[in-house]
Design a protein around this ligand. Structure first.
Ligand code: UD1
Length: 341
């Protein structure tokens, strides 16, 4: 293992994408500090990470809304860069409790940036989302596509987060990259870490695996009257391990001062769109499990189709997705069976 002698803070490092990114950072020889408040994650994820990499990352149970705790953390720790995942992410809940989302996702970002700037830490990777594009006028979606008014407070916190970073990077030494994720799926091949949704899953793949496992009775397919080849909505499903690796590529671009703008944006997807019915078929063919489903009406706020133009990430980050939809579904299923056992 190459020793890079750099220490990276990963906030939300026990969450779904965060934990997979911690593993890839450690695989690349980085020292990792995790901040997580355990509000939507489990401390056991720390063991899962350690089993994969044989190295226990340093863990700090800190709520980033607690400014004093953030100040204290940066007084005590030396950090070279920050990858910021810690945020609330349920679209429906954000509509019900907007202030929780604005407080959680915005205050924490502001406090983090204030302390980073004070402590001269100038490299920041932000978890953004393709949701900033809304229903894009043209597919595949490039980074130049205009952002659309957010459909939910959650989506708005991603747009505001990007704006906070852009404004801050203009007048401070901060360099930032926003990664706009398409739909992350899958689990680590070891099945030591994966997605752990609380309660009834809102996202497609955890609902699919829980239905196949008998936890849910049947999957509802939200709408078959979209203007797509089979009438169901189309998304770009990106394997979480590929997504994790995109964070390393983005971080290394900043650490090597290869960024051409103070604030940059990259789409992180596969470039391939799959419909809900295609996902169901791929799941059945890959796992051999039969999935019970019915077609119901559209879900409010859903868009017709979104998939990424990945040219910019491919060229500037030297990153490309390697794993397939089938890899994602197979690993998600293996993980589901492990969680059940
Ligand atoms: C959306 C946002 C994403 C955000 C995520 C958080 C877009 C393009 N994406 O993802 O940025 O991070 O919410 O939750 O705005 N589906 C069903 N039945 C189900 C669940 C989902 O048919 O039980 C369908 C949806 O209608 C959609 C697809 O599956 O067409 C994917 O849904 P989901 O996994 O919830 O992700 P998005 O809504 O695309």
């Amino acid at each position: 293992m190459q020793q890079k002698n750099k220490t990276i803070l990963v906030t939300g490092g026990l969450g779904f994408i965060g934990s997979h990114t911690v593993v890839e950072l450690q695989n690349e020889g980085y020292d990792v500090l995790i901040i997580d408040d355990l509000s939507n994650s489990s401390i056991e994820v720390l063991d899962g990470i350690t089993q994969i990499t044989n190295t226990k990352p340093k863990f700090f149970q800190i709520d980033l809304k607690n400014k004093e705790a953030v100040v204290q953390f940066f007084k005590e720790q030396t950090v070279d860069g920050v990858i910021h995942f810690a945020a609330s992410k349920a679209v429906g809940e954000s509509v019900e409790e907007p202030l929780k989302y604005y407080e959680n996702n915005i205050n924490s970002l502001v406090y983090l940036l204030q302390e980073m700037i004070k402590n001269k830490i100038n490299h920041f990777i932000f978890s953004s989302s393709c949701t900033v594009y809304g229903q894009a006028d043209r597919l595949p979606i490039t980074e130049e596509a205009p952002t659309k008014p957010a459909e939910s407070p959650y989506g708005n916190t991603k747009q505001i987060g990007e704006e906070i970073l852009s404004d801050t990077s203009k007048v401070t030494p901060l360099n930032a990259i926003a990664l706009r994720y398409f739909n992350p799926i899958g689990a680590h091949a070891s099945t030591n870490i994966g997605e752990l949704p609380l309660g009834i899953p809102q996202n497609l793949i955890p609902f699919v695996t829980q239905t196949a496992a008998g936890i849910r009775q049947e999957l509802s397919v939200f709408g078959d009257d979209y203007p797509t080849p089979d009438g169901t909505a189309v998304r770009d499903y990106i394997h979480v391990v590929d997504l994790a690796k995109a964070h390393i590529a983005a971080l290394e671009r900043l650490l090597a001062s290869k960024n051409v703008e103070k604030m940059e944006y990259f789409n992180v997807g596969t470039g391939k769109g799959s419909s809900v019915l295609e996902v169901i078929n791929a799941f059945e063919n890959t796992t051999g499990e039969k999935l019970k489903y019915k077609i119901v009406g559209r879900r409010e706020g859903d868009i017709t189709a979104a998939y990424a133009d990945t040219t910019k990430a491919n060229e500037a980050l030297g990153w490309k997705s390697e794993l397939t939809l089938e890899d994602g579904l197979q690993s998600a299923w293996k993980w589901q069976m492990k969680v059940n056992s």
